[in-house]
Design a protein around this ligand. Structure first.
Ligand SMILES: *Cc1c(COP(=O)(O)O)cnc(C)c1O
Length: 462
């Protein structure tokens, strides 16, 4: 009798207790497919001559079927533990929301709401009204509008203000950010005609003035985002650009990218003007992301002069770029936290992580290691090391935030193997490998991540 004939049949497996438990919880076709996949694996091993008798025991086969069912039913979009130290990590979902957002998100998601209903007048209202006054209060702008993301904000503003006309941009600001957002391409889509001025490293007010023609519709300033021009450089500031725009009677727009509402220079994060500064300088339309430095949900925020925001509100493209009600719910709560600077800094995770001090991070790393040592087998060892975290999200590309890293070593496991297994775990843990060692940066670990991390390391060592 060959080992082939001892591989159990589907009907027999279906009668096993462990499989009956699976059938009670999952649709029959999913369990059947899992059994077939398990049997395929066993037959392939038998053909290769590597199948051992013990692998046909009920408990082991059921374990395989359970694994297949788990794989087939796992959600694709899942929570991840970010140990990379990149605070605004675009691939990991950018900003985790403030805890205070939770109740409002549930309230709005699971019921009806006054999304587009004016409760006072009992008639149709505007979804944009829920955050407009708040945005004006926080930024000093006359009017505001929110859309799906900042790319949409830029596209809408260019379409409404400069379609069929020339938009003047400095060569040094024709950026590409991740995910194929390139200013020249977005401009092409909007129907605005790109008029480049200056050079890569230096652009002067006279460059803009000389490029003005009757065809000019807009002066555009773009945040250089994920790169920096250093050395012999010159750029035209917002105030100077506004002066040129006013003389010519042409609106000025700024895509500020990360869109910071707080001056973070006392935390060593300096060099980027706040949205309020752009507004105060007289920029007519300012756009920024909701999920970068702001620390809210994915959104594109547009603030500025009534005259121009009004044109955006009337543009047909707005309907295609409109913000979703859950985003709006999260955005309103996040923005409200900015009414009190201290509250924003302590409650918004992105700001809390960015402004965490080096001694605080060291203390947290020590406490983390103490907690992990209590739950994880002694084959897993930890050590602290000094390191650097990054802001991410195309903000402050040169800024190095001093942090404390936790180096993790597992007996008999290469760092690359450890990295792969942690990434493939039930709750994936993403860290970084540096000089052949696996590290986790405590800056980007949330409090709720600690038990998840402990469980992941336990599984790894087990
Ligand atoms: C990030 C960024 C964008 C795109 O913003 P999203 O919210 O990701 O659409 C556009 N412009 C600049 C300068 C940026 O930094």
């Amino acid at each position: 009798m060959t080992i082939f004939t001892r591989i159990p049949k589907v009907d027999k497996i279906l009668a096993w207790h462990g499989v009956r438990v699976l059938l009670a919880r999952h649709p029959r076709p999913i369990v059947l497919a899992a059994i077939r996949a398990t049997l395929d694996g066993l037959r392939a091993a038998a053909r290769a001559g590597s199948l051992r008798e013990e692998e046909l025991e009920e408990a082991l086969v059921v374990g395989c079927v359970e694994g297949e069912v788990a794989r087939a039913t796992a959600l694709s979009l899942r929570r991840v533990v970010n140990g990379t130290g990149v605070v605004i990590h675009t691939n990991l979902g950018r900003s985790p929301l403030a805890e205070r957002v939770r109740t409002q998100l549930e309230e709005i998601a699971f019921g009806y709401s006054n999304l587009e209903f004016d409760l006072e007048k009992g008639e149709r209202g505007s979804r944009y009204s829920h955050v407009e006054r708040l945005l004006c209060e926080l930024t000093g702008a006359e009017a505001a509008l929110v859309v799906n993301n900042n790319a949409a904000a830029v596209l809408l503003a260019l379409s409404a203000l400069a379609a069929g006309k020339e938009a003047i941009v400095s060569r040094g600001e024709l950026v590409e950010i991740g995910g194929s957002f390139r200013i020249p391409d977005v401009m092409g889509q909007s129907g605005a005609i790109l008029r480049e001025v200056g050079t890569t490293n230096r652009t002067h007010p006279r460059d803009y003035r000389q490029a003005l023609t009757p065809a000019t519709g807009l002066l555009l300033k773009v945040h250089s985002s994920n790169f920096a021009v250093v050395g012999f450089t010159a750029e035209v500031g917002a105030a100077d650009l506004v002066a040129i725009g006013r003389e010519a009677g042409i609106p000025v727009m700024a895509d500020t990218g990360s869109g910071c509402l707080l001056d973070l220079s006392r935390f060593g994060i300096r060099g980027e003007p706040t949205v309020q500064e752009f507004v105060a300088a007289g920029v007519d339309v300012v756009t920024f992301s909701g999920d970068k430095l702001l620390g809210g949900p994915q959104a594109g925020i547009i603030v500025g002069r009534q005259e121009f925001i009004g044109l955006l509100k009337k543009h047909p493209l707005l309907r295609a770029l409109r913000i979703d009600k859950l985003t709006l719910a999260a955005l309103e709560v996040t923005l409200r936290l900015y009414r009190d600077e201290l509250q924003a800094l302590t409650e918004i995770p992105t700001l809390r992580m960015l402004t965490a001090s080096a001694p605080d991070l060291k203390a947290r790393a020590r406490s983390l290691v103490r907690r992990l040592r209590r739950t994880v087998p002694s084959t897993v060892t930890f050590a602290l090391a000094d390191g650097i975290s990054q802001v991410g999200g195309g903000a402050y590309p040169l800024l190095e935030l001093p942090t404390t890293l936790v180096a993790v070593d597992v007996e008999g496991l290469a760092p690359q193997e450890m990295e792969m297994r942690l990434r493939g775990g039930e709750v994936p843990v993403v860290g970084r490998i540096n000089k052949g060692r696996f590290f986790l940066d405590v800056r980007t670990l949330l409090e709720v991540d600690i038990p998840l991390l402990a469980a992941a390391l336990q599984t790894l060592a087990g």
